[in-house]
Write a protein that binds this ligand. Structure first.
Ligand code: NAI
Length: 332
């Protein structure tokens, strides 16, 4: 089957061509993001493969459906960038990769914790500049710290286990508590209020849904322990960035580590080093010494990309054979 890939990078081509060794599918890669202007590129493709910042909705989705696309294969776990209702009405099925390597994202979240706590990014630059002073690099022991995990699914659980390895006490909050988290030694479910009030480190691992949009806002920031560390490797819109900036300025948020940002589709995955960034909020955020930002790279490991490519092509094969889609996103 002919599959059009949007927002395709060299690494997408590399891992998908490897996974398509038997040449079952015809893969066509476009660097452009999917939108109403670029949808025409998929005119002869029954399947379209998109990533996190390609929006499949409105006119774009109509054009795809009109051209004969019947499968939207998301090469990611989240599906907040697809209008599922419209897709269903247009007869376009949506499949995703619900689980690849939860460790990739969980380990990256732990990396953000260490980078911020021990100020590794500042230390690295200092040493390169032959500045061996320790002033300003003071951290704290993770051993004995309380870590709050919001969303205790696959990634949240993997993150909780890593933090337990450091000797942290783990608190969890989830709208749908699960047995795997309950079975962790020395971990317990609490209300969101208690998690915010007791945690030295809060890490977000729930999906972006209408009920989780701006879960972290002025009110919930005020409920946090003063000086707490906030980590977000899930989706940018879980945090009201303006409220987070106010929290950083007041000292209520002591550290902020993010791999996702609410306006990231304007910035991430591209090289803007030669241009003037117009997003003042992002630039202000970057200016704080206790903020550490990575550009949505939590998923970016060899292991995860191999699994993403295999599962995405398996979705396409199931669709082509008319089989039920194991990883279909069903409108709830
Ligand atoms: P999952 O579905 O296994 O876990 C999500 C958990 O959130 C579930 O336990 C669910 O019950 C819980 N949840 C749902 N609604 C909630 C609410 N209102 N409040 C609190 N918890 C709620 O998903 P997984 O694989 O752990 O992924 C989590 C998120 O991580 C994804 O939704 C995605 O946004 C993000 N992600 C980020 C990546 C990156 O590269 N930075 C890569 C992959 C995923």
């Amino acid at each position: 089957m002919r599959i059009a890939f949007f927002s395709a990078k060299s690494y997408d081509r590399q891992f998908f061509e490897l996974a398509n060794e038997d040449r079952r599918h015809q893969l066509v890669f476009f660097e452009d993001p999917l939108n109403a202007d670029t949808a025409i590129l998929a005119h002869d493709c029954p399947a379209v493969c998109i990533f996190v910042n390609d929006r499949a909705e409105g006119e774009t989705l109509e054009i795809l459906a009109r051209q004969g696309t019947r499968l939207l294969a998301l090469r990611c776990a989240g599906f907040n960038h697809v209008d599922l209702k419209q897709a269903q009405a247009l007869g376009v099925k949506v499949a995703r990769v619900p689980a690849y390597s939860p460790y990739a994202v969980a380990e990256h979240a732990a990396g953000l914790v260490l980078a911020l706590n021990r100020k590794l990014y500042r230390a690295y630059n200092r040493v390169r500049d032959d500045n061996f002073s320790l002033d300003g690099l003071l951290g704290f022991d993770l051993y004995g710290a309380t870590v709050g995990v919001v969303g205790t699914g696959k990634i949240g659980l993997a993150f909780a286990r890593i933090m337990q390895g450091f000797g942290c006490r783990v608190l969890g909050y989830d709208a749908f508590p699960n047995d795997a988290f309950k079975a962790l030694p020395q971990a317990s479910y609490v209300s969101l209020e208690d998690l915010l009030a007791q945690s030295d480190i809060i890490s977000l691992h729930c999906p972006l849904l209408p009920e989780t949009h701006y879960l972290i806002n002025a009110e919930t920031i005020a409920q946090m322990k003063p000086g707490a560390m906030l980590i977000n490797t899930s989706r940018g819109r879980l945090i009201d960035t303006s409220a987070a900036i106010a929290g950083i300025k007041s000292g209520q948020i002591g550290y902020l580590g993010i791999d996702v940002y609410e306006q990231e589709d304007e910035l991430f995955f591209e090289d803007h080093s030669d241009s003037i960034i117009q997003d003042d909020t992002f630039q202000l955020l970057q200016s704080f010494p206790n903020v550490f930002i990575t550009a949505h790279q939590g998923f970016f490991t060899r292991n995860a990309l191999t699994e993403i490519a295999a599962a995405t092509l398996a979705n396409a094969t199931e669709f082509e054979k008319g089989q039920p889609l194991t990883r279909e996103v069903i409108l709830s």
